[in-house]
Ligand binder design. Structure first.
Ligand code: GLA
Length: 411
């Protein structure tokens, strides 16, 4: 509840509510979301929290424990892309995108706290967007409830002011990031933060936007999942991410298909004469298949003891993780030295498998190992970093957790 404390110290008074939105890890399917493909993320226990209260003025006042500078003031009337920069562009963009979608946004004071390391590829930005989106839509709901007017009298759409469906909130948060902040990301991170269930990974088909919950509890099978923040910071707005996206679109155009999702076998990419585009397309088609393979493994009923059992399932998933890393490193060319060294050290120390995660060029590695071997993997990675004289890596738990929610009742 440090966000509520921050609210009290910066704004005085008590917040109307506190909302939490988790960061995400991604088990499989990288750079597949904007290619209409499959992804398999899950929500983390680490999250952004937002303590918020309505205010009479048409203004947002934002402060963050991680950004010690003065609070940021944003006028809601006339808000447009380009007006707000830095971290506050994410919540401001959500207010803008909500209003653009016809949802009323009240003036509010919002105090933000986070235990998600920024730039670690764990979607702290999407978590900030989703926490703000939930806070603003629920505050709007109480504001409407306090007026004498009904929704019909206000001539608002049925969903306005009432809880906005989460899929729609995910699309709104993504629009904020794409059009207000200017980062051309896909729909995976916001979907993971808003639609995940504890103990499950979220299978999302980014073409139909259909989702299903895939039971995912490595600890129960004697396996351990570790996130390793390599401390090489990534930034999706640095151009490399957008370049990969453009290359994928160009590959689809040359193949005469609506998106790389239409590819079903790696052999089909051989029709591309350009070797770079061929490699990019091969990564996408093979990673899509790996998502389906992981889902099939997780969906296999556990056989009787002594046969191919739960730990073997995680060994197989580990192998797919490592294959995905090779594809991201060699075909998509977005890995970075700290990630390659982490994967190598983890495998040498007995991990089932490991891969870089997220947009690339920095951030975190996801490693899967027998629970009893987790200490050895940490040690091996720490030693590898020391040998290169890199800043010590950070190890984080990766527990498939519940999606975004309100933590306190509305007053
Ligand atoms: C970032 C983007 C996502 C996705 C991943 C790569 O996290 O925000 O939309 O493209 O990179 O899989």
């Amino acid at each position: 509840m440090r966000a509520a404390e921050l609210f009290r110290s910066r704004f005085g008074g008590t917040p109307d509510g506190v909302w939490l939105a988790p960061g995400r890890a991604n088990l499989m399917g990288e750079h597949t979301d904007y290619n209409d493909g499959y992804v398999l993320p899950f929500a983390l226990g680490q999250a952004v929290t937002a303590a918020a209260a309505r205010r009479a003025e048409r203004q947002l006042t934002l402060c963050s424990r991680q950004e010690p500078a003065a609070a940021v003031q944003i006028a809601l009337d006339g808000l447009a892309p380009g007006q707000v920069t830095g971290w506050a562009a994410y919540p401001a963009g959500v207010a803008w995108a909500l209003e653009a979608a016809g949802h009323p946004v009240p003036g509010a004071c919002i105090a933000i706290d986070s235990d998600l390391p920024a730039g670690a590829g764990l979607s702290s930005s999407a978590a900030l967007e989703c926490a703000t989106a939930l806070a603003l839509t629920e505050l709007a709901q109480t504001e409407l409830a306090q007026t004498e007017l009904t929704l019909t009298e206000l001539a608002l759409p049925q969903s306005a002011g009432l809880t906005v469906p989460r899929r729609e909130l995910a699309a709104i948060a993504r629009r904020a990031e794409n059009e207000f902040v200017g980062v051309p990301s896909g729909i995976m991170d916001q979907s993971a933060s808003l639609l995940s269930q504890a103990g499950h990974a979220l299978l999302l088909d980014c073409r139909s936007l259909e989702t299903s919950q895939v039971p995912f509890a490595p600890a129960a099978a004697g396996a351990s999942l570790l996130l390793i923040n390599t401390r090489a910071k990534h930034d999706l707005s640095d151009g490399e991410y957008g370049q990969r996206r453009a290359e994928c679109e160009e590959a689809a155009r040359r193949l005469g298909i609506p998106s790389l999702r239409s590819l079903t076998t790696p052999a089909e990419v051989d029709r591309l004469a350009d070797p770079v585009l061929r490699r990019r397309a091969r990564h996408v088609v093979t990673d899509n298949q790996r998502v389906l393979d992981v889902v099939a493994l997780l969906s296999t009923p556990h056989p009787p003891p002594g046969q191919h059992g739960p730990v073997d399932v995680y060994r197989d998933i580990g192998r797919l993780l490592t294959e995905s890393h090779a594809s991201l490193r060699d075909d998509f060319e977005i890995s970075w030295p700290e990630a390659d060294a982490t994967v190598e050290a983890a495998l040498a120390a007995g991990a089932f498998g490991a891969r870089m995660m997220g947009g690339g060029f920095g951030g975190s590695v996801l490693a899967l190992m027998p629970a009893a071997g987790a200490g050895q993997v940490r040690q091996a990675v720490t030693t590898a970093f020391a040998r290169h004289a890199w800043t010590e890596p950070e190890f984080l738990d990766a527990v498939p957790s519940q999606s975004a929610r309100r933590l306190t009742s509305l007053v």
